[in-house]
Design a protein around this ligand. Structure first.
Ligand code: MG
Length: 247
């Protein structure tokens, strides 16, 4: 069941989204060769507390980290640990915070002195695919218009989207209905309505879109071990136009 947010809930979603965006950008600025993924998560944890929020990921279905840090061929759900970031890495940060009972969810992929232009193109394409999806959303539009815009942009760019993990409704819970796939034909699925809040999150792979879960039970890897990038915003579908809550 899709939970439509009223005015006060929308205000609360704006607030949590704002904090999630601030923390995403601050942690992204910390990503540099030599830092461990655990140190990034510790820093995120401090900022989350400073903002009076809490991690929406820690403990979620048993997830052991306060943020997800997924490096190179890791797609999503990487557990922060001892890995030390190296020059040339791409580092996906997924930040979910709960503030006053509402959740903001956002992700970015940071390039660490990347010189391979094809890798730059993958990351740029994934970011643009997110915005293509967001721009295709409007009141009375259809859910799969978002999915189609994302997939077609990624495929046109020569890459592939991940199909096993999808965007989602979001609110008091991290994952609400509906699911928002990053693929599909346009003009299908439910009509978008004022007050829907969605986390749109393309995961785009350099090679094939297939993925597998590592033995830690969480980290999602590309099956062909080629690179993957991930960008995410929480958005509000509104009569006045789509609002990005995690800018
Ligand atoms: Mg999400």
């Amino acid at each position: 069941m899709v939970i439509i947010k009223g005015d006060s809930e929308i205000e609360a979603m704006r607030a949590s989204g704002h904090v999630a965006g601030i923390i995403r950008d601050a942690v992204a600025d910390k990503v540099t060769a030599g830092i461990t993924t655990k140190e990034l998560a510790d820093y995120a944890g401090e900022l989350i507390v400073q903002h009076g929020a809490r991690s929406a990921f820690l403990g979620y279905r048993g997830f052991p980290g306060r943020i997800c840090v997924s490096v190179n061929n890791e797609v999503v759900h990487g557990i922060p640990g001892g890995y030390r970031i190296k020059t040339g890495d791409i580092v996906s940060l997924d930040i979910g915070v709960a503030l006053d009972g509402f959740i903001g969810d956002t992700a970015t992929t940071v390039m660490v002195e990347v010189t391979d232009l094809e890798v730059v193109r993958l990351v740029d394409c994934t970011k643009q695919a997110l915005f293509e999806g967001i721009e295709s959303a409007c009141v009375d539009g259809r859910l799969s218009d978002i999915s189609h815009a994302i997939e077609s942009f990624a495929v046109k760019s020569g890459f592939n989207v991940v199909r096993n993990f999808v965007g989602h409704g979001i609110g008091r819970s991290l994952h609400e209905d509906p699911q928002v796939p990053n693929f599909g034909r346009p003009g299908r699925g439910m009509k978008l309505r004022h007050g829907m809040t969605l986390a749109i999150e393309p995961m785009v792979n350099f090679g094939c879109g297939d993925v597998e879960v590592q033995s830690d039970g969480w980290t999602v890897l590309t099956k062909d071990r080629k690179l993957s990038a991930h960008f995410e915003h929480t958005i509000l579908i509104a009569d006045g136009g789509v609002e990005i809550l995690t800018l």
